[in-house]
Design a binder for this molecule. Structure first.
Ligand code: NAP
Length: 293
């Protein structure tokens, strides 16, 4: 049976380190690291992500300048708010919760955030710097996955890594990060155009699923002893919870776990690490603004 990676516990430890960094900065410079999370509309999943981020901000002792806007807010109003926050020296990080309503162009919105406040790491300047290994904010979920591997002392050097899913926020940046010299993996990035997917996933020392299809990775797709990282989080109906839904990962956990060496659960695996990376990036943004490192 695999070791189940306790992402929540690892995240708790990382958050403690971030919280002491926040306290230190406040003591030395009198400045509280501050994040502004902008939520547009009332999509239940987005509300729950934003609530989780606000809770983490409070736990880390950071200032919270979150803003909630109605679903029919115009793109111009949203861009004006971002411009205002860009110029506000007391705000160090800005995050716009995605997805945005259809009448708003997400790319324009991401481009409007100053790269030095883009703590989500989605701005092309940050993504470009990540590619060439220059200073940037790393996107939170890919960074969270790498942090999990590091904290569990799972070697990436020379490992065959297979990632299923090539989104701009998870699979693609993670493939670039892991293939950088500092992590030194050989990465294969799979998607709907991939032929013989199971043949490829079975070669993986580390298999990362970011597909958004519950139970997609089955036991026959996994090499014995592989490390399995499940990024997927899909809400499925459940009679066992008060909310009427529960989160399911992309991996058929019950059948895959007996076969692999390490596995992340859903929930309690990658999710908490994503929030940690956001806190870490916000502290970093505050320090860079103050010390102009
Ligand atoms: P996404 O934009 O939804 O894209 C899904 C990816 O999976 C696409 O690249 C798609 O390929 C690929 N895919 C879909 N069906 C496939 C199939 N049958 N075979 C091979 N590839 C297939 O991805 P995302 O935004 O990265 O989200 C993925 C999952 O991660 C979701 O469940 C999301 O909720 C979760 N997530 C979790 C966190 C966290 O913090 N835990 C953070 C972000 C996302 P094509 O490109 O060819 O369409």
């Amino acid at each position: 049976m695999a070791v189940v990676i306790d992402g929540a516990e690892i995240a708790r430890r990382v958050k403690e380190r971030v919280a002491s960094g926040v306290a230190e900065l406040e003591k030395e410079k009198g400045v509280k690291a501050c994040l502004s999370v902008i939520l547009v509309g009332d999509d239940p999943a987005s509300i729950s992500y934003v609530t989780g981020k606000e809770k983490a901000l409070a736990e880390a002792g950071m200032a919270d300048r979150s803003v909630r806007l109605p679903a029919d807010v115009s793109q111009e109003e949203l861009l004006a708010l971002i411009a205002e926050l860009n110029e506000d020296d007391s705000v160090h990080g800005i995050l716009v919760q995605l997805p945005l309503p259809g009448h708003i162009d997400s790319r324009k919105v991401i481009m409007a955030i100053k790269p030095e406040k883009d703590v989500d790491g989605f701005h092309p300047v940050n993504l470009g710097n990540m590619v060439i290994g220059s200073r940037s904010f790393l996107p939170c979920t890919p960074h969270g996955v790498i942090k999990l591997l590091r904290e569990m002392e799972i070697p990436t050097d020379g490992a065959d890594v297979v990632i299923v899913g090539r989104s701009n926020i998870v699979g693609k940046p993670l493939s670039i990060l892991l293939s950088r010299r500092d992590y030194n993996s050989t990465v294969t990035l799979c998607h709907t155009g991939t032929r013989n997917l199971a043949d490829i996933t079975r070669r993986a020392d580390i298999l990362i699923a970011a597909v958004g299809r519950p139970g997609f990775i089955t036991a026959d797709m996994v090499k014995p002893g592989a490390v399995i990282i499940d990024v997927g989080t899909t809400r499925v109906p459940s009679t066992a919870t008060k909310s009427g839904w529960k989160l399911k990962g992309d991996v058929d956990f019950d059948n895959v776990a007996p076969k692999c060496s390490y596995i992340t659960p859903v929930p309690g695996g990658v999710g908490p690490m994503t929030i940690c990376s956001l806190m870490r990036n916000t502290l970093l943004a505050a320090k860079r603004a103050i010390y102009t490192l």
